[in-house]
Design a protein around this ligand. Structure first.
Ligand code: PEP
Length: 252
């Protein structure tokens, strides 16, 4: 039995003051609710410390949106897994399509980051997904398979015990145009089958595969009621406490 995980990717939004307001609103909205869903917030680096303080004694967990694979050193502007751990992060988003397309991250770099995250006790939320052009050319499965094979290359099933995969079709991110539950389920099933071939069936059965791409309160229930969709990675809608809470409730 897989427990659903709803994670909010704040992207480059919210300074300290607006982070405090948003976290308090989420906390208050979730108070007194029996949650059988895991909830993760991923604020920008500058708000991780205050977020960590504010979510103490709540079921909300903390994640970062990126990290570098080295532990320390001359890597100006980068953040290490040890730094994320020290500020209270349990999760880290890796391979987000914005990192791939805007910042040129390759499957090989993402592979190093995933290895480093698990070596340092962070749970990776590993994002994969095809562009619109790739989907229209019928290459969705091929693209997703390459991202998974290269992203997880050389990392064992035991090391990946806390892995989460987020299937995020690039054409659905921030566009308001989500994949239909059927389109998403088809790819999630493909991912689970592929993982069972690369690793074991047991590992694949226990793997959390989130869907991401224009998830909103209006579509989240239908998406997450599909058998292979184990939660959501939410961008835009997680910046409004009420929407994020409704999405969490729809996963219950
Ligand atoms: C994301 O950034 O991971 C995402 C899914 O964004 P949005 O929900 O805004 O499409």
């Amino acid at each position: 039995m897989r427990t659903k995980i709803v994670a909010g990717n704040w992207k480059m939004n919210n300074d300290i003051n607006s982070s405090i307001t948003l976290i308090n609103d989420i906390k208050n909205g979730l108070a007194q609710k029996e949650l059988n869903v895991k909830v993760v917030i991923c604020p920008p680096f500058t708000s991780l410390s205050i977020a960590s303080e504010l979510i103490k004694n709540t079921p909300i967990k903390l994640g970062a949106q990126n990290m570098y694979f080295e532990k320390s050193g001359a890597f100006t502007g980068e953040i290490s897994p040890l730094m994320l751990k020290s500020v209270g992060c349990e999760y880290v988003i890796l391979g987000h399509s914005e990192r791939r397309t805007i910042f040129g991250e390759t499957n090989q770099l993402i592979n190093k980051k995933i290895k480093s995250a698990v070596d340092n006790g962070l749970k990776p939320i590993f994002c994969i997904g095809e562009t619109l052009e790739e989907r229209e050319l019928g290459k969705t499965f091929e693209v997703v398979e390459t991202q998974i094979r290269e992203g997880l290359q050389g990392i064992s099933e035991t090391e990946l015990s806390d892995l989460i995969i987020a299937y995020e079709p690039v054409w659905a991110i921030g566009t308001g145009k989500n994949a239909t539950p059927e389109q998403a389920e088809e790819v999630h099933l493909f991912i689970r089958d592929l993982i069972s071939k690369i690793y074991s069936q047991k590992f694949a059965e226990n793997l959390i595969i989130q869907y991401g791409g224009s998830v909103k309160p209006e579509n989240s229930k239908d998406l997450m009621s599909k058998p292979n969709i184990d939660g959501a990675l939410v961008g835009g809608a997680c910046l409004i406490a009420d929407s994020f809470i409704k999405i969490i409730e729809s996963a219950q």
